[in-house]
Design a protein around this ligand. Sequence first.
Ligand SMILES: Nc1ncnc2c1ncn2[C@@H]1O[C@H](COP(=O)(O)OP(=O)(O)OP(=O)(O)O)[C@@H](O)[C@H]1O
Length: 349
Amino acid sequence: MSVRIDAAIAARGFDVSMSLAPGETVAVLGPNGAGKSTLLSVIAGLLRPDTGRGEVDGKVLFDLGPATNTWTAPHRRGTALLAQEPLLFPHLSALDNVAFGPRSAGVPRAAARETARHWLAEVDALDLASRRPGDLSGGQAQRVAVARALAADPEVLLLDEPMAALDIHAAPLLRRLLRRVLAGRRAVVVTHDVLDAYMLADRVIVLEEGRITEEGPVREVLRRPRSRFAAGLAGLNLVAGTVTAAGIRSPEGLEFAGQHDAPLVPGQAGVAAFPPSAVSVFLSEAHGSPRNSFRVRLTDLEPHGDQIRVRAGELAADITPAASADLGLAPGLEAYFVVKAAAVSIYPA
Ligand SMILES: Nc1ncnc2c1ncn2[C@@H]1O[C@H](COP(=O)(O)OP(=O)(O)OP(=O)(O)O)[C@@H](O)[C@H]1O
């Protein structure tokens, strides 16, 4: 592996091991407080883990343990961190902001400016070269910040929600630009947006409460989520349980029959995933197969496209507004969720 990070921070309940292959971009997804920014700070050298080891192409970033105490300063790590806010030097032009990295590395002024012009052109911002950050829009400033990060020729690029502070017009432009510049580059992108993972990353890591709960190719994780967080991103209901002869049995005793494309071993941990659109709502139990019909108490109703999303705790059903009105659905009501076995995918957890 070209990049390998193992780090634990007890005070944050953080314990993560991850790696990056050459040219690989990994997206890190997870709920608030999961430890995503912590991971970037550890790699960048802004935060010291209690224990662990980090390596990039054989160069040790940190090696901290009972018998080791190696620490490489942030500016010697070959990492560049792009934060939500562009954090440009306000008194320098866009060009000199981008030239700052090469200058700090000892490149003569003219050559550093040449490099800066190259990277400004790469992010379609050469026309902004002489402007000060105060005269740039949020999207323009973020493009300049991308150029600045790349001009330092980082071995690993770290991006912390790079689109988060941009409006809906500026974000797609920057996303396309990042897609171009991240191709074939080693990068870790923290994001809340599943589209970023799709567009920018080869692989996704899901972090929850300081631990990796699943990882894999973006498509695969969204097609067959194993964590509730990834299921939410993929827009699927997820029920974890134990594989039975018929399907999955949840700890609450709910039985789900479904489809599986690989043999399953009864007794092993498994999940049932199904889209809310495959769930029907009834007021009595008379419908459907008894296995995939279960009693729920409705918790919320909310608009979802041209449907109504009916929530019962962690589960959701999408039905038409007319059906919802006919049934007189309201939070607190008891109802039955019925899901067709043909729409349920069952796979190992
Ligand atoms: N400066 C700090 N000092 C102590 N604990 C912190 C500090 N910053 C974050 N934490 C804790 O570390 C854990 C991980 O936080 P972190 O900011 O890495 O999460 P995150 O996944 O980036 O969240 P978000 O999506 O909200 O940015 C949380 O429990 C948080 O409360």
